[in-house]
Design a protein around this ligand. Structure first.
Ligand SMILES: *Cc1c(COP(=O)(O)O)cnc(C)c1O
Length: 221
């Protein structure tokens, strides 16, 4: 069956269906359109359709692309979904409205300092390495309680937990695990689910889904 409507309409409709099955309110799901490696020309149609949440994985690329786009669309909320180096914390604090990749003590310190200096207070998701894949970033599961305590002591606003499960394995158990960790630690947000699995993530409690390919097509190399 041919699907009707723009990619954004199709994704919104899939979100509505998943919410219906999960008996959840679609208003509780934030769709973050991951625009990494896409040009302004590809991003603009989504802005014109009224979409406001976008995500990038590199500070440098976001700093090159978004100031101009934001001038035309000031209500944009920009999310950082990639690994953040401590020496870029200040630039990230100035540029992004939500950070999904807080994952280590040195970054807690760097962000606390950056928030002091810039006068901004950016909500942060703590990224958890649910699949034991350190190369992807993320806090080891065993270190999570200490990292959360440290972040709270440093007055970092905590939005919730984020995960990027291993590719090519059924993601549902990882989503369920992140949901449980968030509940255990009294955190509201769950940033999980991408183009291939966001409906599953919604069934399992996602509040923020990060969708690139389903909205923009394949990324340029
Ligand atoms: C690229 C990226 C996504 C989006 O992936 P798609 O499969 O294109 O939807 C989501 N989360 C993170 C952290 C990413 O880097």
């Amino acid at each position: 069956m041919e699907k009707a409507g723009s990619p954004l309409e199709q994704v919104r409709s899939s979100i509505a269906q998943a919410c219906n099955r999960a008996r959840r309110d679609p208003g509780d799901i934030t769709l973050v359109a991951i625009s990494k490696r896409h040009t302004a020309a590809t991003i603009e149609p989504l802005l014109i359709e009224g979409h406001r949440h976008f995500g990038e994985n590199r500070v440098q690329e976001a700093a090159e692309k978004w100031p101009a786009l934001r001038e035309a669309h000031p209500a944009v909320q920009l999310h950082l979904v990639g690994q953040l180096q401590s020496n870029k914390a200040e630039e990230a604090a100035a540029l992004f409205d939500v950070i999904h990749s807080l994952d280590r003590p040195s970054l807690v310190k760097a962000l606390a300092k950056a928030f002091d200096k810039t006068g901004r207070l950016v909500p942060c998701f703590v990224q958890v390495d649910v699949g034991d894949e350190p190369q992807k970033g993320g806090c080891p599961v065993g270190d999570l309680p200490a990292l959360l305590t440290q972040a709270r002591d440093a007055d970092i606003p905590l939005a919730g937990l984020m995960c990027l499960p291993p590719a090519d394995i059924e993601p549902a158990p990882f989503f369920a695990f992140l949901d449980k960790l968030a509940r255990d630690h009294g955190l509201e947000g769950r940033s999980m689910g991408m183009s291939g699995d966001y409906e599953t993530a919604i069934m399992l409690g996602a509040t923020h889904i990060r969708v690139g390919t389903a909205l923009f097509g394949e990324r340029p190399a």
